[in-house]
Design a protein around this ligand. Sequence first.
Ligand code: GCB
Length: 618
Amino acid sequence: LTVIVGLATQSLAATPSQTTPTRVGPVLVNVEARAGQDLSGAWHWSVDPYRDGLAGFHGAEAGPGHRRHDDVDVDAVTRANPQALYEYDMRRSPVVHLPASWISHDETMRYYDGLVWYQRTFTATKTPGQRAFLRFGAADYVARVYLNGKPVGIHEGGFTPFAFEVTSLLRTGENQVTVGVDSVRSADTVPPTVTDWETYGGLTRPVRLVLTPATYIDDAWVRLGDDGRLRATVRLQGTRPGDTEVRVRIPALSLTLKGRTGADGSWTGDAAEPSALKRWSPEQPALYEVTVEAGEDRLVDRIGFRTLEVKGHDILLNGKPVFLRGISLHEEELGKNPTRAMTPGAARALLGEVKHGLHGNFVRLAHYPHSEVMTRMADELGLLVWSEIPVYWRVNFARGETLETARRMLAENILRDRNRASIAFWSVANETPVSDARNAFLARLAADARALDDTRLVTAALLIDRVQEKGQSVMVVKDPLVSHLDVAAVNTYNGWYSDDALADLPGIGWRNDTGKPLVFSEFGADAQAGFHEPGLKRKFSEEFQAEYHRQTLAMSEKVPSLRGLSPWVLKDFRSPRRQHPVYQQGWNRKGLLSETGQRKQAFDVLAEHYRKLEARQA
Ligand code: GCB
């Protein structure tokens, strides 16, 4: 993928901002609030396992008859010229509704890994002075985008938004947009080939045509700083970004921040925290309408304000210690055949179970940036969020381009979601084996996260070490990366991936000499919903899973520096590596809910524990 990375860089915006550590852009923050067109809906699709649409015979350049992104009416051309040979016809290919992963297009696509072409037409009107962008919520894993037959850009990374400017290619009348989405990963991609979740190749989040004035608000970030000041940073892009008046208004607080952009198009202003401000918290998820105006552009968002810090072993939300009653989840809607197209209804169903079913206040959105729909729903329902990039397991840490890919993903994620009060943590990795190359790679990401956002905590889910001390088994946090993190988080599976008897778990010792708060970012056990073995407590029974959670929670109560839990996992999720024919059938069964939402016994164990913790905290 070296070539792709090179090309992707060429098509990215040429103006890095001061705060952006790696080139990203355009950001088009708060995209839903912008003028334009939602291109969700019917798209033609065509599978291309040998990537014939990208190259001709024996690797020659693709010509007519190959290039599926060409702006031609194949049927008309071949009728007019009987000699013309086309082995595709996008306009007469079958139609699916996007966004959706291709795994739900058709049964043959269940395990497809490769290139798929998508194409649709739309009508636009060009207005002089207006700019146009094609903006993608996510395309998993590499997307090649064409408008009216011309290439507009390539993006690598399956979970973050990206946009390409198409002002000069857009025409008044009918336009044709084509996207080649390639799901194939390698040892050099992020994540690499082996994970424990389903790839979900495709256009899994909305595609939009975005229209802006010649100079537009690319990025607007409004937050409460740890110094207790309400602060706004606005960055304009375009023909005349400097010396432009910017106004940020919060009408419900009668607050206006005003100023003029500097020569680079950006401006930051602040004010004392208004006494009437209700700070956002899980108990009181207050959101305010915020209007940002600059030149001819105007955006409206709903934003909450809170502070978050670490003091010794405590995590302080709005100055008060908080214990994270959480759970991890994948981006996968409830049901027998999820397609990873997250709707507000699907997000509410999942997060509602955390908030109301489990008495939770926290979710770990594993292991990659979830849809904006999820983080906005967390803002609204009152759930703190752990947001992660897919630096998962054995990434090629020694490779510079892989680091650049991860840095860009992190930046795209943070720039998208900095206005979500719910986001508490930026996580830079999950279960990565310690080495010098890995430590340097992740330290760079941690530094980037801090440079982009000083109002969140930086963390990573680490592997835990086990030592014998005075005849006792002790779990120790040894990972040197902790010195770069605010919170030490570990995945621990005693009694599932180790031989420990469940009854012995509370007797296992824990040592955290890092001086930082500790979070159990994972623990869990598989159970198939409806499989009961009360006496034997064999693995995969609901009873075993419930007992595993009871004993792990008892263990957790004995760890003095522990400040949060996010067991693995809310719902059974698809994983090609889980193929036990009786219990798993392609699903990781560590969910406290089955894939259709049926509660297993362990759900009630955790809910009861959280109910007690909540009462203690109140
Ligand atoms: C882990 C991984 C998670 C897996 C889980 C499991 O530690 O972080 O992605 O799905 O264990 O079920 O083994």
